[in-house]
Write a protein that binds this ligand. Sequence first.
Ligand SMILES: [Zn+2]
Length: 347
Amino acid sequence: MRRIVWILGLLMIAFVLALTSASAPVQADEDAATEPPAATPTPPPATLPPIIAPTAPPPAVDSFSEDGVTLEVLFDRLQQGRVGILRLTGEDLIGGRVRFRDQEVPFFPDSDDEDTFYALVVAGVDLTANRDYEITALALRENGDSVTINGTARVVLGGFIRQDVTIPADRAYLIDPIVERTELARLNSLFEQYTAEQLWDEDGFMLPVQAETTSPFGAFRVFNETTESRHTGWDFRTATGTPIRAMGAGRVVFAGLLDIRGNHVVIDHGYGIFSGYSHFSQTHVTRGQAVRSGQIIGVSGNTGRSSGPHLHWEIAVNGEWVDSLDFLRMWIPPAAPSEDDDAVVGT
Ligand SMILES: [Zn+2]
């Protein structure tokens, strides 16, 4: 009996030793894996912390003045795929325009101060980083005079990941670059219809769904090991039939079926801000319809270039894709209400 106990004890010691030695190489492998892989594996689903947008503008980081007019840059550096805010101030100003890369947009009036105007500028996801770019503002005075102010903004890398994505064989035709180019051209023609009024309301902007994120904005994607593309929004894991809400008040400018985005809705929020919602199983709005912030616009599904039920949510500002989650974390200047009562939506 004592011998059996002795043998059992030896076996246990051997077992513990085997476990210890077996775990050692695993540790070494983990260390080796800290080298950046060629492709970034799909990140695990992540639950988002609450998003609270600031209630006050960020401080001015740079300022450029000319003939009594000041252009302030309210951001330090602009990451690729991010939005920056410009402020224009001066006496007797009635407005102005700003040019930044391909974007030329009007300044919009502040809701409180008639001498203050704002504009949003975007660093495109493909804009060469670590360079300074010119900002040219044209301010218009009541008496018809105009003042040109030149400034600069530094653009830095967006820090995007790379993902390999497998699309099922029966949908593989959707990775044809021509299909993607055609669809983007159609969306761009919507984004070119600039609405020079604020269509969003005092509720601001919100998440269209509370769900885990499964793929980040801006990712370099390789579909079926052949076609390269960029991810224009964030993906959320949503079972088919999950209600999806408008991120803010606005007007529906597209509700229909697209090859890649499937059943898709685009909402114009005014001042160059558009939001898009893809892969719906059912759409609950039609083109031209005014929507409230948080209104259910459809239910999620798996239509289009999709490998499982999810919501793809994207935002374009001035015709450039921007990080939709980052946009929710920004202070957005409140614009003065439109003088044309008929143009106000959200009721
Ligand atoms: Zn997506």
